[in-house]
Ligand binder design. Structure first.
Ligand code: SF4
Length: 369
């Protein structure tokens, strides 16, 4: 299986998953295309660009600079401000906390250094706290260990660990953008899971990594930080389910004709030389499950949206509509079933009846209007 996944990717190292990518798996869990590309470690961003469908992601320079300044403020002086916030939020009677910045260690040693620090923290946890900044964690994705370099701080007190995410979106009148909070919670769940894996590997109770993560954001329109805890148990359950499903990519891969590959055939400078049309054909062989949510989570979103438009796929109308029209592949087919011009297959009987009812109600409303 590993050999076939390597063949699908081509002769380049697999792309490491970041937490955003792993968290996105839970947004569209039924997509076989994404599952295969991620399991093979294909560079989806480069693939989308080579296909002519570059994803519209990324922050403005202004947002990046503002975010970096806010993070520096929170972490200043060995996370002194962060300690004050956490003491209040977690009701932790901790007067001081050690600060360890893993990024000061050579890159190839960061994971083992993080391991040693976490192990030592569990064994020696007393009434002093500790911050682990830029830790390097590892999570198994489709059977492969994937390194995560989270832009988070781990806080330990009394042998319990909390993932702390510093975000630059504002909390105004006690409210933050729910979409951004949900995305942060999904990402934090990835780190909690990776930290639990590490604790388990070290022979410690994985439950020491709390499901209550801490989100630190600027308050109102000032740069003053405020902290809130977020329960990520639901996100953890969704993530575990999705990771378990990813091990089943074997079946999807086995169904691909021999010779299919997503290799970009790079030249000596690393520039892809593969004809885009040929690559697009290979990608289309793995079924996608496009939904508008892909637009904020997956690098291939514009490619898959164009394909869904060509096919008139029901997913274009949103995940809910697609799921409710299960078994009906296109909008055209749904309209024909609603108008009674298409004979439903036995498994479409129920949905066809609902569509006919909706169509007659619509006709009634139009007539009354
Ligand atoms: S954009 Fe395409 S590959 Fe990515 S999750 Fe959506 S349907 Fe799947």
């Amino acid at each position: 299986m590993t050999a076939r996944l390597d063949e699908l990717r081509g002769p380049v190292p697999p792309v490491a998953h970041d937490a955003r990518a792993i968290a996105a798996l839970t947004v569209n869990p039924g997509c076989a295309r994404r599952a295969v590309l991620d399991a093979a470690g294909v560079d989806k961003n480069l693939t989308a660009r080579h296909l002519g469908f570059a994803a519209p992601f990324g922050q403005s320079r202004f947002a990046i600079t503002r975010g970096a300044a806010f993070e520096a403020l929170v972490k200043d002086d060995g996370c002194a401000e962060l300690l004050r916030l956490l003491r209040d939020l977690l009701e932790a009677p901790v007067s001081r906390a050690a600060y360890h910045d893993v990024s000061t260690v050579e890159a190839h040693l960061r994971h083992s250094h993080t391991r040693a620090l976490i192990d030592r923290a569990v064994r020696g946890s007393g009434d002093t706290g500790a911050f682990f900044d830029h830790p390097v964690l590892r999570l198994r994705i489709a059977g492969h260990p994937s390194h995560l370099e989270p832009d988070v701080v781990i806080f330990q007190f009394g042998g319990r660990f909390h993932i702390v995410q510093i975000k630059s979106f504002a909390v105004i009148d006690g409210q933050a953008d729910p979409v951004k909070v949900a995305a942060a919670a999904r990402q934090a769940a990835v780190y909690v899971l990776a930290l639990r894996e590490l604790l388990e590997e070290l022979g410690h109770d994985p439950g020491r990594a709390s499901h209550e993560i801490v989100l630190v954001c600027p308050k109102d329109f000032a740069n003053r930080p405020v902290a809130a805890s977020v329960d990520v148990r639901r996100e953890l359950a969704a993530l575990r389910r999705q990771l378990a499903r990813m091990t089943r990519v074997e079946k999807i891969v086995a169904a691909l004709p021999p010779g299919v590959t997503f290799d970009l055939a790079r030249d000596d400078d690393g520039t892809p030389t593969r004809p885009p049309a040929e690559l697009a054909d290979a990608i289309r062989r793995v079924p996608a499950r496009y939904a508008p949510e892909c637009l904020s989570t997956c690098d291939l979103c514009l490619f898959c949206r164009a394909e869904a438009r060509e096919r008139g796929a029901t997913g274009l109308l949103g995940r809910r509509v697609r799921d409710e029209l299960g078994g009906v592949a296109s909008v055209e087919e749904a309209l024909e079933l609603a108008e009674g011009t298409r004979e439903p297959s036995p498994e479409q009987e129920e949905v066809a009846e609902l569509l006919r009812l909706a169509e007659s109600l619509r006709a009634e409303c139009l007539a009354a209007g």
